[in-house]
Write a protein that binds this ligand. Sequence first.
Ligand code: UT7
Length: 332
Amino acid sequence: MNNISAAITAVGAYVPEFRLTNKVLETMVDTNDEWITTRTGIKERRILKDKDKGTSYLAIQAAKDLIEKKNLDPAEIDLVLLGTATPDLPVASTAVYVASEIGAVNAFAYDIQAACSNFLYGMSTAARYIESGKYKKVLLIGADKMSSIIDYTDRTTCIIFGDGAGAVLFEPNEEGYGLQDEFLRSDGKGRQFLKIEAGGSLMPPSEETVKNNLHFVYQDGKSVFKFAVSNMADVAAKIMERNDLQNDDVQWLVPHQANKRIIDATANRMGVESEKVMMNIQRYGNTTSATLPLLLADYEKQLKKGDNLIFAAFGGGFTWGSIYLTWAYDSN
Ligand code: UT7
């Protein structure tokens, strides 16, 4: 029997300095702080202002933060996975560039694209490589420059998204810590509700698509909200049930940060008290692939070896799921 589990052994993060506050958004579109706060929980988001920097910049900073904290030799990394909905370039994998820039000279690398579930699905992928016994160090990064695909005249989307990146290192663990179980789902019926209409093979870029603003994120928020609330809560509850976890057994819920109301509904359904719910949506908004690792970075000091964490995410596609992981180290 395979006794290797895939444990997270280090965390890194990066957010750009510029803060786009609700107050500033009030001057850009017809909205107000009260609406944004009560409907989403968001107060501000970070924006990468530099025009010549893409998602790779965010990813590299997060990876370097991890490498420095862990005192890791990047040449020891076997694989770099990058979850992103905003690659630097179409076709050329952003992960490959990131791996080279951080000195992961012995690694192979590729991108994962499952919208807001990127990091969750990436955890599953990373774990399989570790559990195979062939790979010892897998760096999983979630990074998005959402500001590059947001229309800042569209009040239904520009108030939600922000830029950021987070990274974790997966290593083999023989004490049983790490990823315990996962329940991942997808449903192609969802793609009409959250998408960028043009720029892909279905509708290549043209003068027309640019004129019609079709290269920005379109979201039917109400429909996505409905699916997100029920599906995220369902999978989180299911993973608790099939692992015999009562609410007292769960130390932390680590939910994708799309909307505070979705997070509260998931916690409620699981019977998990609000003190156990990781939350930073008020500071970063929805950073798509980066929400989960940014939470781990913010809460790392409070995490203890043996803590049971339930991750849950929901995103475009639709894609969603939940992962049960036990924390492998004390941070202080
Ligand atoms: O991470 C990937 C998955 N994404 C999600 O999970 C996002 C899910 N959706 C949501 O979080 C929410 O649907 C939103 C935050 C996007 C919108 O909140 P809502 O409570 O669903 O609002 P709504 O779309 O039902 O709009 C209610 C009203 C509308 O006005 P009327 O038609 O009632 O007059 C909107 O036009 O609020 C209006 N509205 C706004 N008002 C002020 C929409 N956006 C804004 C705004 N400021 N920014």
